[in-house]
Design a protein around this ligand. Sequence first.
Ligand code: NAI
Length: 331
Amino acid sequence: AKNPLRVLVTGAAGQIGYALVPMIARGIMLGPDQPVILHMLDIEPAAEALNGVKMELIDAAFPLLKGIVATTDVVEACKDVNIAVMVGGFPRKEGMERKDVMSKNVSIYKAQASALEKHAAPNCKVLVVANPANTNALILKEFAPSIPAKNITCLTRLDHNRAMGQISERLKVHVSDVKNVIIWGNHSSTQYPDVNHATVTTSKGEKPVREAVADDNWLNTEFITTVQQRGAAIIKARKLSSALSAASSACDHIRDWVLGTPKGTWVSMGVYSDGSYGIPEGLIYSFPVTCEKGEWSIVKGLKVDEFSRAKMDATAEELAEEKTLAYSCLN
Ligand code: NAI
């Protein structure tokens, strides 16, 4: 039998945490033959709720779950973890300025970066979910210089899955017959959901999504804004932000990263830019990637038209501004 892997979830007493930990304990993230030990971190005001989650994990009697660490101590939480899913953060509250939210999260991610760097297992893989996800991941990277940059990523897989969902609804095909959409850039409303290389499998074989939809106007306007605004639409409907879809997409992100993407398929991940597609180095930006043997690589050489270029640059610009804002909070 395989040795258990230690998986950290921060903010584990929150909404996404509550949806995510049972998925991990059931093998949805790392596979049905991979035992896990769950490390759950939250802050003191949530300690009792966190303990309640631990009680429920015990009660669910998961065969793959070999241990539970539930703690408010960041060092204990990070000890020897192989995977770290960073969901904990400070939410934007009414009347708060962007800068105030940024400042709170920058200090959280700076502190947690040091703890991970010192105490996590070598080669620990990190996924940042908490917003601003790309910039939190960048701060984490900057303050954990001994963790390789390629091990620090942020979640845009939810946006990727949302884009596939919209195409599937529009074409009345199953979502698993849609592939190779791309989310470029920031996990924010400036993200660019791109279907120019996406395909759909029909009874007559594989077809470009653009051809199957046959409505460029819809693809260039409503489709894009629907995906960009989907988070807000969920909040409006549920009075709470996306949680089950975020948790499920976080599992998709880690599973594909660790176990590999299917042949001929790519996914979107927020990763440290190497300058591909003219995106400045030094930003965590969502790119199309394939994964093999636990490593992602950016899909190169895709043709980028003028429409896409402008949208890819706009979201890069927003990330550069966020980076400046984040750095101004450090001083
Ligand atoms: P939530 O407010 O229900 O849970 C957040 C939890 O984090 C709370 O239990 C809180 O006590 C905890 N926390 C706060 N500071 C912490 C710290 N320093 N260390 C450890 N835990 C801490 O929020 P929810 O709905 O679970 O969302 C979590 C984050 O994920 C938010 O930032 C949200 O904006 C983001 N998000 C990102 C998505 C993505 O696709 N990247 C999608 C949906 C949400």
